[in-house]
Design a protein around this ligand. Structure first.
Ligand SMILES: *[C@@H]1O[C@H](CO)[C@@H](O)[C@H](O)[C@H]1NC(C)=O
Ligand SMILES: *[C@@H]1O[C@H](CO)[C@@H](O)[C@H](O)[C@H]1NC(C)=O
Length: 203
C-alpha cells in the first residue's frame, strides 16, 4: 500500500512536470524593453528583451539597435550591465535614519542622472563573504553576477558610424519572478567609468 501511494505520488509528479511546459507556453512572461533617449550620455535607441529557449533552458534574448557607440579616442571599449536602482523601495534600509534624503525632488534630480546602486546579483556572488569574485564567461551561469553582462559576453567596441546592433542571449536573466530584471537599470559605460547610457528596463 505504501509502495502504491509512492508510485502514485511519482505518477502525479510526472503528470505535473508534463503539464508545466504547456502552462508556461500559455502564460509567457512579459517582454521587457528599454530605450535610451540621450538624457544620460549620448547613446540613443532601444533594446527589446524577450523569452526564448536555448536547448532545454529558458533564456532571455536582448535585441536592438543603438546609435552613438562610436570609437573612443583612446581605444577604450564599452562595458554594459544591469544595476539595481536607488528608486527600489524594498532596499530603502536607511529611510528611518535620513528621511529627507528621499524627498521626491531629490529622487527627481538623481533620476535625471542614473539612479543606480549595486550591480544586479540575486545570487550574491559579489558579496565578499562568498569569496573572491571571478566571472568566467564559459561558465557564466555559475560564476557571474546576472548583471555583469559585458564580462559574460565581451565588451562592445565602438564602430565608425556609431551604430551598434545588440544581440545577447542569457540563460540567467529572468523576466518574471522575484529575480526579474524588469525595473532594473541597463547602463553603458566606458572603461574610464564615464556614462554613455542609462535606462530603466520596463515590463
Ligand atoms: C515579445 O517579443 C517577440 C519578439 O519581437 C514578439 O514576437 C512577441 O510578440 C512579443 N510578445 C509580447 C507579449 O509583446
Ligand atoms: C571587442 O574587442 C575585444 C578586443 O579585441 C574583443 O576581445 C571583444 O570580443 C570585442 N567585442 C565584441 C563584442 O566583439
Amino acid at each position: 500500500m505504501a509502495r502504491l501511494s509512492a508510485l502514485l505520488t511519482g505518477a502525479s509528479l510526472v503528470v505535473l512536470s508534463l503539464f508545466a511546459p504547456s502552462l508556461a507556453q500559455q502564460q509567457p512572461p512579459n517582454n521587457g524593453s528599454l530605450s535610451f533617449n540621450g538624457q544620460v550620455g549620448e547613446v540613443t535607441g532601444s533594446i527589446l528583451l524577450y523569452p526564448i529557449t536555448i536547448g532545454d533552458k529558458d533564456a532571455v534574448r536582448f535585441e536592438g539597435e543603438l546609435e552613438g557607440l562610436g570609437r573612443l579616442d583612446d581605444g577604450a571599449s564599452y562595458k554594459y550591465g544591469i544595476y539595481n536602482s536607488e528608486l527600489d523601495s524594498t532596499t530603502d534600509s536607511d529611510s528611518t535614519s535620513t528621511p529627507t534624503r528621499r524627498s521626491p525632488l531629490h529622487l527627481q534630480k538623481r533620476a535625471q542622472r542614473c539612479p543606480i546602486t549595486t550591480m544586479f546579483d540575486p545570487a550574491g556572488l559579489l558579496d565578499p563573504d562568498n569569496g573572491p569574485y571571478q566571472c568566467i564567461p564559459s561558465d557564466y551561469q555559475n560564476t557571474c553576477a546576472v548583471g555583469d553582462l559585458s564580462t559574460k559576453f565581451a565588451v562592445w567596441n565602438g564602430t565608425e558610424t556609431g551604430k551598434y546592433y545588440v544581440e545577447i542571449e542569457d540563460i540567467t536573466v529572468k523576466l518574471d519572478g522575484p529575480d526579474s530584471v524588469l525595473g532594473k537599470f541597463f547602463i553603458i559605460r566606458d572603461t574610464n567609468e564615464n556614462f554613455h547610457a542609462c535606462a530603466r528596463i520596463a515590463g
